[in-house]
Design a protein around this ligand. Structure first.
Ligand code: DGL
Length: 270
């Protein structure tokens, strides 16, 4: 049985990477809805239909132990209906706004939540913010362009930095203590975002929290030994060999990017 990571495209690979690190003995599958990416500019109903078609496809291809919807947009549009529809555990993601707010209570400053336009518009996110202790400290910014860049294989460079500068321009970034990366695709752009935001601003994503939630949900159903693990099965809704190759290449790149940013933060600390 496999733990399946699902996203509209390559973004969820950043979460899969974290899971492989914490649960190395499990068998995994990764599914990208390459036919319909990007989700963030579609309606809630459309996204729900897309995700159901993909999960049905996944169930035809492998035995599912749990599904991680490694996509904030699909989670906000469909998570409750998905849990009603399928019997296996389904883990969702939400922008890490709670930890970010906790962080700024100590350090000071406001919180800027970046995500896709659909995530920010959805009731799930609105409710999450409304229930916080100080919702007036939270601002939001849609960055759908980053999803487009990532799907084109562009993860940095002048084009990305220019886009980010333009999008952040209306915000006085000195007044912020934390920026939330509320879309799994954005995690690839940590280095570029660092280039345009002041050094005191902390970047927070929900990847670690999501994998911890997966571990909690699996409980004792975690595979301890790696002998029977089947590695990672890559799938996509287009189903082309090119897609599969691209996705497995990206896992290496995710590894590389994580190592690169770990080194970068070491340097900053030192
Ligand atoms: N990676 C996704 C997220 O976490 C969605 C990106 C998209 O397809 O627009 O929100």
């Amino acid at each position: 049985m496999r733990i399946v990571f699902f996203d509209s495209g390559v973004g969820g690979l950043t979460v899969l990477r974290e899971a492989v690190r914490k649960l190395p003995s499990e068998s995994y599958a990764y599914y990208a809805d390459t036919l319909n990416v990007p989700y963030g500019v579609h309606s809630r109903e459309e996204v729900y239909e897309f995700v159901v078609a993909c999960i049905d496809d996944i169930m035809r291809s492998c035995e599912v132990k749990a599904i991680v919807i490694a996509c904030n947009t699909a989670t906000s549009a469909a998570i409750e209906e998905l849990r009603d529809r399928y019997a296996f555990p389904i883990i969702g993601m939400e922008p890490a706004v709670k930890p970010a707010l906790q962080y700024v209570q100590q350090s000071g400053g406001r919180v800027l939540v970046t995500a896709t336009p659909l995530t920010l518009k959805e009731r799930k996110f609105q409710t999450l913010v409304r229930k916080l202790q100080s919702p007036e400290q939270v601002d939001t910014l849609g960055l759908p362009g980053l999803v487009e860049f990532a799907e084109r294989g562009v993860f940095g460079g002048p084009e990305v930095v220019a886009y980010l500068r333009e999008q952040f321009a209306p915000f006085e970034l000195q007044r912020y203590g934390a920026i939330v990366l509320g879309c799994t695709h954005f995690v690839f752009f940590r280095d570029s975002i660092r280039e345009v935001v002041p050094p005191h601003v902390v970047l927070m994503d929900g990847n670690d929290g999501t994998v911890n939630q997966l571990i909690r949900v699996l409980g004792t159903n975690v595979r301890e030994r790696a002998e029977s693990a089947e590695g990672i099965l890559f799938m996509s809704s287009k189903g082309t060999e090119e897609d599969k190759r691209k996705l497995s290449d990206f896992t290496d790149m995710t590894k590389y990017r994580y190592r690169a940013s770990a080194r970068a933060s070491q340097k900053r600390k030192g």
